[in-house]
Ligand binder design. Sequence first.
Ligand code: GTP
Ligand code: SPV
Ligand code: MN
Length: 620
Amino acid sequence: MTAILETEDTTGATPLEQAAPTSHRGILDFVAEVAALTQPDEIHWCTGSDQEWTELTDFLVSVGTFTRLNPERMPNSFHAASDPIDVARVEDRTYICSVAERDAGPTNNWMAPAEMKARMRGLYDGCMRGRTMYVIPFVMGHLDAERPMFGIEVTDSAYVTASMRVMSRMGTDVLRRMEELEADFVQAVHSVGHPLEPGEADVAWPCNEVKYISQFPEERAIWSFGSGYGGNALLGKKCYALRIASAMARDEGWLAEHMLILKLTSPAGSVKYVAAAFPSACGKTNLAMLEPTIPGWKVETLGDDIAWMRRGEDGRLWAVNPENGFFGVAPGTNWHTNPNAMRTIAKGSSVFTNVALTDDGDVWWEGLENPPAHATSWKGEDWSPDSEELSSHANSRYCTPIRQCDILAPEFDDPRGVPIDAILFGGRRRTTVPLVFESRDWNHGTFLGATLSSETTAAATGAVGVVRRDPMAMLPFIGYNAGDYFGHWVDMGKHADAAKMPRIFYVNWFRRARLEDGGDGGFLWPGFGENSRVLKWVVERIEGEAAAVETPIGHVPTPESLDTDGLEMTAAELEAALAVDADEWRAELPQIEEWFARFGDDLPSVLRDELEGLRARLGA
Ligand code: GTP
Ligand code: SPV
Ligand code: MN
């Protein structure tokens, strides 16, 4: 680690410049400015090497943030428990600081950039005292992309640094390329907001009650303070690859989306690429790694959370996953629901946050097989299967390298990405929304995305299980006016090659059996590997082979058109899963009306027309 020297040398280079492994002027100026404000004891320029990983993780073990897991079970892997005030994304503390308030739109918190900066400069003043400032050069997407998408995250958290090494391509290679290209980069400042006075002991999970997650879309800058958790702190992920990138994508004619990407091969060998947008903790990771239950079908993974999609020269929409790791929801993950995730993490080199630690140095969480007789809960308390409290936080996560995934598609390494055949939107709805249906066309598909609704989950702080509109699963991630974002989606479909755009579908794995109908209130559809049956129907729709009934909401499978061979489900249950109840849908209309009213004149008229079309088809 490099200390900030106190004297200048005779060449005129500042101490920071002498110690820095780069001559990139913009990076030097940025790092110097943040260091002057935050006053870290030391600056560490990240290389991304294995040795650096060892040093970081040893350090995290020494300060009590990490517990090393039993190497025989989980080699090179660590357990961490956060402060209970820092367990998920904080949407109420997340701001889009565009110059004009209008550009943040009605769905984001907004503050004028100058006001936010003044406020945050106050918080940043001296906030890294007693700590090391890590400088992380990273690239979202491929280093050899036509235009690599660089960032520099400056953080006072070793935990964040270790996590960024798993989640992004980072280190010396990236820095060299930035120098060669004299590249622009996204400035990303992060502090846990917990300075240490001389002699003050650190805590295992430093953070601050005051939190701000601020995006400055015009400047392509991110300032984060007070949280060390997930999307609040790993700034390449939601802050850059969704909020800032969506603003770039609007300006440049592409899409930055909260989507998984998967490759699906049929028994006959035909390949389709599917992208799917489901809100946080609604099944992207699980679908991305699905193990089909229907014979002969194969799924390979390209990404589980974020897709950047650009129109190719062939007129098709090409998608890349800008990330390099998985930050997946632990609870519910097991050898039945997601064996590929289990195999990925079993290879080690992973960080588990807010799960339970077993007495033999392994991890456990709700839903995993073989509950231990005793463990230490994420809160550090004794836990046993009789305990009333959960062993793991509902938003506990594993952080693991994507390359360890056995079913990673080889196209992951292709900077051009893959041409998308189908887009799925989906949410978590107990009622109303059938298992799957197809949109009528691109504009109708955009309407389905714009009105996507889902019950809230533990991925963000706040109430869980409340139905809200989550357009394109991007409600917390659209970096500009959501009305403009809808318009951008409509525009993407207005093209000479419109027919080459992906077909748009809507899915719901979470519908419940109605008690009124004699059901048990449980999930109607078994989900997970069985979702391959839905993917097969999607492919057969694209091929013009599968039958569907035209309903007011779109094209719903006939029960016969879904492959149900070997599926343990009664005809009545399947019918209930696929049912379109006109009364339930008529009840959605005022909610959609109210949702659209928030956008006023910024709502594209196409979407209003779609709503009127739906109303007419429902006879309402
Ligand atoms: P983020 O990482 O927050 O963006 O979430 P995600 O969309 O990747 O969600 P993930 O796949 O991690 O799923 C979240 C939760 O939903 C887990 O507890 C899963 O077990 C559960 N889940 C996923 N797929 C299904 C399904 O098909 N059926 C049911 N019933 N639950 C599912
Ligand atoms: C989500 O909340 O959608 C996530 C987890 O993928 S986080 O990275 O914390 O945003
Ligand atoms: Mn996500």
